[in-house]
Design a protein around this ligand. Structure first.
Ligand SMILES: Cc1cc2nc3c(=O)[nH]c(=O)nc-3n(C[C@H](O)[C@H](O)[C@H](O)COP(=O)(O)OP(=O)(O)OC[C@H]3O[C@@H](n4cnc5c(N)ncnc54)[C@H](O)[C@@H]3O)c2cc1C
Length: 531
């Protein structure tokens, strides 16, 4: 997967069978499916791949226990089918990229016997819906067993916990693995390429798209037989560019997460908080050496900002803390993220976005020929794609991290990080050490990311900016805003060297990146309070 800006434009010559607009979970899954079916496919994303909802998820490969409860309580067959499909897809996601997805044990702590019975019956139903796709059976854990597994839980009044199985994954890297596999299958993928308009042929059918290279400002045209709109919350804009008569369908909802150091809540299992102020559930999930806490569900208004606000942080902690022996404080936040769910408006009477079904819908606009994929979940992205082994998965097994640690004399945390993020593709990054052995240096103290990984992502994974590298390619930004800011100058130097940036550009890139991170820190009051 390699390109340079000029190649970006020339790569678009000729007529494509399919153009997928959007490179998140839905678009990457669709593009891979189309290409594997022998269709000449191009994928265009306005920003970086996975830079929207697809890297801001709770990182669960799940059917959704809350959605099942909702389906049963409201006799909603559609929602029930969505959960069932997602539970089947869960297996494929885990199998197709074992370096990026794994099964996990989730605990629902209970403080009354009535609640224990309710959740156990619920989780047994979840097992039954999964049927042969179930990962392991749910069960009741005694108070002693629960506290041994999750010592950070509030002990007073605890009766035990209901344990059930679901999956966890690295969303940004999964998306990149889909793109990489698509490109390896002969597809063309361009990031920072925004679709701005269409041209029409006979009977108003779309025949080509105009796109703008967001880095150089150049525009180019792509001639295509069929367009697929997979732009998530941007879907209405593209639908209306294709056919201005279409009514809006999207109802985006904002969700935020906070990350804390893993020591704040010991254990390797995930916690589901079953009772919250608005009837949703909240997760506290160990994730890559951190504790990931989320999420919220807020209807988007013109005033919505893509930051984690103080109110949102306080809301999450207010729901979680009653279950913890040592409450978490906002000031302990090391990172966070905000994203928009691309929910589709349902029928009448459903007002709250938290009540909208997470299923996807495929719309064919007969006036323009545009196919739009609306809504959906990460877990169900493959429903539109063929079963395939993703980039990095071939030859991967649990001993891979130890193998590269030994072969390349790497610190254990660096080897584990490379194996977890890239699977066997890590070998390609490590081969860069032959070109320059000093690229074995970490990009910042405390981060398991080495310079060879950065060079690899610039050369072979279309990384264009500091944020592409720190937020999505390496995950350093989720590890901690502080470490990410420390790493930014070196990352900018490597970008400048590889991309031959003109003098001064790396300084402005660092300043732009640190300003963006500072806005998160300022919003949460972490700048002043940490001093
Ligand atoms: C807070 C939160 C938590 C979630 N948790 C989970 C979870 O745990 N498990 C799960 O299965 N799902 C979860 N989801 C849902 C899941 O993340 C989304 O459904 C999924 O990522 C949507 O993918 P998408 O490709 O449709 O949209 P997106 O990821 O938003 O991608 C759309 C892409 O289209 C591009 N685009 C927009 N306009 C244009 C244009 N004009 N030209 C070219 N490109 C364009 C954008 O740049 C973007 O990259 C969560 C979502 C959120 C927000």
């Amino acid at each position: 997967m390699k390109h340079r800006t000029k190649e970006k434009v020339s790569a678009t010559q000729g007529t494509f069978d399919v153009c997928v607009i959007g490179g998140g979970a839905s678009g990457a899954g669709c593009a891979l499916d189309a290409q594997l079916r022998g269709l000449k496919t191009i994928l265009l994303d306005a920003g970086d791949f996975a830079s929207a909802a697809s890297s801001a998820s709770t990182k669960l490969v799940h059917g959704g226990v809350r959605y099942l409860e909702q389906a049963i309580k409201s006799f909603n067959l559609e929602e029930y089918r969505m959960v069932k499909n997602a539970l089947r897809e869960r297996l494929y996601m885990l199998a197709n990229a074992p370096h990026l997805a794994h099964q996990a044990q989730f605990l629902v702590p209970v403080y009354s016997w009535a609640r224990a019975a309710y959740y156990l019956v619920g989780m047994k139903l979840y097992d039954a819906v999964a049927a042969e796709s179930n990962l392991f059976p749910s069960r009741f854990l005694s108070r002693e067993e629960t506290l041994k597994t999750m010592p950070g839980l509030k002990a007073q009044g605890l009766r035990g916990a209901v344990s059930y199985s679901d999956g966890q994954f690295d969303d940004a890297r999964y998306d990149l693995a889909l793109i990489e596999t698509f490109v390896a299958a002969g597809g063309t993928a361009l990031n920072y390429a925004r679709v701005t308009g269409f041209e029409r042929g006979d009977r108003g059918m779309l025949t080509s798209a105009t796109a703008r290279d967001e880095l150089s400002g150049e525009t180019f045209s792509v001639s295509v037989k069929k367009f697929v709109n997979a732009t998530g919350t941007g879907a209405d804009k593209i639908r209306r560019l294709a056919n201005p008569m279409l009514a809006a369908r999207m109802r985006p909802s904002k969700g935020v997460h906070l990350l804390f150091s893993a020591e704040t809540f010991a254990g390797t299992d995930a916690l589901l908080v079953p009772h919250t102020e608005d009837g949703r559930v909240i997760f506290a999930v160990p994730w890559q050496g951190r504790l990931l806490v989320g999420t919220t569900d807020e209807e988007v208004t013109p005033a919505t900002r893509m930051l984690v606000t103080k109110d949102e942080a306080e809301y999450l902690l207010r729901q979680l803390n009653p279950y913890l022996e040592t409450p978490l404080r906002r000031q302990q936040t090391v990172s966070g993220m905000a994203g928009l769910r691309p929910l589709v408006a349902a029928g009448h009477g459903q007002t709250a976005t938290s009540r909208l079904i997470r299923d996807h819908e495929v719309e064919l606009d007969s006036s323009s020929g545009m196919v739009s994929i609306l809504g959906g979940k990460w877990t169900t992205h493959r429903l539109m794609a063929e079963d395939t082994i993703l980039a990095g998965a071939a030859g991967y097994d649990k001993g891979f991290s130890k193998d590269i640690e030994k072969e390349y004399s790497l610190p254990a945390d660096v080897a584990k990080h490379l194996a977890g993020k890239f699977g066997t593709t890590a070998l390609k990054a490590l081969q860069l050490l032959n070109e320059n052995p000093t690229w074995n240096r970490r990009i910042a103290a405390g981060l398991p990311v080495i310079e060879a990984e950065i060079i690899f992502c610039i050369r072979y994974e279309m990384a264009e900016t500091i944020e592409d590298l720190l937020a999505r390619r390496t995950g350093a930004q989720l590890h901690g805003w502080k470490e990410a800011i420390e790493a930014a100058p070196r990352v900018a130097e490597l970008l400048a060297q590889e991309k031959r940036w003109e003098p001064g550009r790396s300084a402005s890139a660092v300043s732009e990146y640190t300003t963006r991170i500072a806005s998160f820190l300022n919003e949460l009051g972490l700048n002043e309070e940490k001093k």
